[in-house]
Design a protein around this ligand. Sequence first.
Ligand SMILES: Cc1cc2nc3c(=O)[nH]c(=O)nc-3n(C[C@H](O)[C@H](O)[C@H](O)COP(=O)(O)OP(=O)(O)OC[C@H]3O[C@@H](n4cnc5c(N)ncnc54)[C@H](O)[C@@H]3O)c2cc1C
Length: 589
Amino acid sequence: MQQTDVVIIGAGLSGLVACKHLRAANLECLVFESTDDIGGVWKYRDESNGKGGVMLSTVSTSSKSVNEFSDFPMPDDYPPFQKHSLVLQYLNDYADHFGIRDAIRLNSEIVEATKCDDYWEIHDHHGNGYRSRYLIVCAGLHQFPDKFYQHDERFQASTINMMHSSDYKRLTDEYVGKDILIFGGGETASDIAIELTHVANSVTVSIPHGQWLFPAVTPIHVPTNGSDTSAMVADTFSSRLRRLVDPPFATFENQLDTKAHFTSRTFEKWNGKCGHGIPEWENDAPYYGQFFNKNSNIIQFVHRGQINPKGNIKSVKGDVVRFADDSETRVDLIVFCCGYQTRFPFFRDQSFGCPINDQFKYLLSNEDPTLAFIGFARPLVGSFMGISELQSIYISKLFAQEIDVPDRAYRDKVILEDKVFQELSFSSTTNRIDGLVNFQSYLDELASLAGVRPNYWQLFFSDPVKWYYAVTAAHNSCQFLLHDKKYHDEIFRRYRRYHGGNFRVSSHIYPLIVNLFPAWFRRRQSPFKSVRKVLSFASAYFLIVVFSPVLLFRIIYPLDKRWRLRKRKMMSDNTAAKLLSQVRANGDR
Ligand SMILES: Cc1cc2nc3c(=O)[nH]c(=O)nc-3n(C[C@H](O)[C@H](O)[C@H](O)COP(=O)(O)OP(=O)(O)OC[C@H]3O[C@@H](n4cnc5c(N)ncnc54)[C@H](O)[C@@H]3O)c2cc1C
C-alpha cells in the first residue's frame, strides 16, 4: 500500500486549492480524480454521465472579484463573469503555476475509504490501495442529481417526459416547438428557461417556495478604470465599510430590533417584493434570508410573455399540470432544476460526513478530526472558490499541526451556535439546504481560526491610505494576505482594478449619490462631466460626514458583536437548544 500524508478525493477547484496549500505546509499529498481531467463541474462534457456539470452556455454567476484565488488573480482581460471554458483555463493555469499536476491521479475513482486505527485506508476502482494520516473529501456538491420526482406522489399519474437539469447540456432539436415546464428557482432554472424560450412553443417556470432574484450587474454606474464595466457588478458592492453601515444579516432586524437595511428597502422599492414583484414567485423570506438567484434576466422574459411564472405544482394528471393557484397547463416535458444530494458512497462507515451541518464549520469531521470536507459550505451569495481556499488554508495549518484542533466541547458548542445562526438567519431556506453560510462572516470566522484575519486597526495606524482602500474595496480573497507586506503591491493593484484608481469613496456611498442625481449621471458632455465630478466628490464627502456617527457607532458596537453576545446568552440559558428543537419540530427538513 502506498503511503502519503494526505489523500484528497476530487480534483475540482477544491481539490486543487487544497493540494496547493497542503504542499505549501510541507505535507505530501495525492489527489484522486475519477474523470479524465481536472476542473470538476467546470469541465464541459457533452454527456452528463449522471453527474452535474456546466452546460455549453454556462457563464459563472459569481464575478471575478470573489471568484479568484488570493494569490493567483484572474487575467486582466477576463470579463467580470466568465464562460465555463475560461474558468477551466484559469484552474489549469493555477495547477501549472503551483506545479501540482504531479500529485493528481486521473481516471482513479475512490471506491472505499476506511479508518483503521490511526490511518485512512483508501482504495481506487483499479484495486490500488493507499494509506494516509489524513483524508480530505473534495468530491463536490453536484455529483448526485436529486430525482425526488421519481418517488413524489404528485408525479405518479404523469405521462410527461421528465428530466433532471444535469442532463440538459445544450439546445437541441428535441426541444423545438415543445411546451416545457421548468421546476425550480435557482440560477440553473433561469439559464435553462431563458435558453429554451428561443425554440420552445411555451416555457413555464414553477418555483415551489418562492425565490429572491438579484441582478448580477446593477443599474448603478460607478467610475472605474478597471477591466470591469462601469455598471456596478453586484459582488463588488461588498466592502467592509458598506457591510458595517448596512450589514447583510436578514433576521437581525427581528432578532436585534435593528433596522439595518438601506439596500433591501431601496432594492424592494425599485424592483418589487423579493426583487421581482412577480406574485407567483414571492415568498416571505427577508432580504439576505434566502439563497439569491443572480440570473434575474428571467424577469424581463416574464414581462415579455415568453415565460409563464407559476408557484408550486399541486398535481399532474396525464400531460396536464395543476399549480398552487389551481390553474392548469398542458406540458410535453418537465426539467427539474431541484439540485443534488450530498452523498459519500465510498465511506464504509456511512456515519462519516452527512449532514454537513453536523461538522465543525461545515468542514472538519466532528467525529474524527483527521477527516475534512472542502467545498461543501454553500454561500448565500459569494463563491465556492473563496470558501474552498480559506477552508484549505485552515485545514493545511491543522493537519501540519501549526495550530491545534479545537477540543470536542468547543466544536460541539460552535456547531450548535452555527445551527442557531442558520435557523435564525435563513430559516426559509435552511430547512432545504445543508451547509448554507453567509459568505463574508463565514470567511472571517475561518480566517480567525486560521490566524489570517486582517488586522485593520494595525493597518489604520501604519498606513491610513491603504487602510481606506482595504475597507472600501470590494470583497476579494487577497484581503487574507494583508498581514504579509510582500503581497501588498498585488493586493492594492487588485483593489484598484475593481474599485477605480483614484481616492474614491466606498461603493455604499455611490448608489446613494447616483440616486440623488440620476439625470446628471447620464449626460456625457464634458461640462456635465466636470460638474458631475465636482458634485460626486462633494456629495460623497458630505455623505461621509453624515454617515460618520452611524459608522462610528457601528465600528464601536458592530452588529456582529451584538450577535455574538446574543448567541452567548442563548447558549448559556439553553434557549438555543430549545429554539432549534422547536424549529426542527415545525420545519420540513
Ligand atoms: C452549472 C453550474 C454553475 C455554477 N456556477 C458557479 C458560480 O458561478 N460560482 C460559484 O462559486 N460556484 C458555481 N457553481 C458551483 C460549483 O460547484 C463550484 O464552483 C465548484 O465547482 C466546486 O468545486 P469542487 O471542487 O468542490 O467540486 P466539483 O467541481 O464538483 O469537483 C469535484 C470533483 O471530484 C471528483 N470526484 C467525485 N467523487 C470522486 C471519487 N469517489 N473519486 C475520485 N474523484 C471523485 C469529481 O469527478 C469532480 O471532478 C456552479 C455549479 C454548476 C453545476
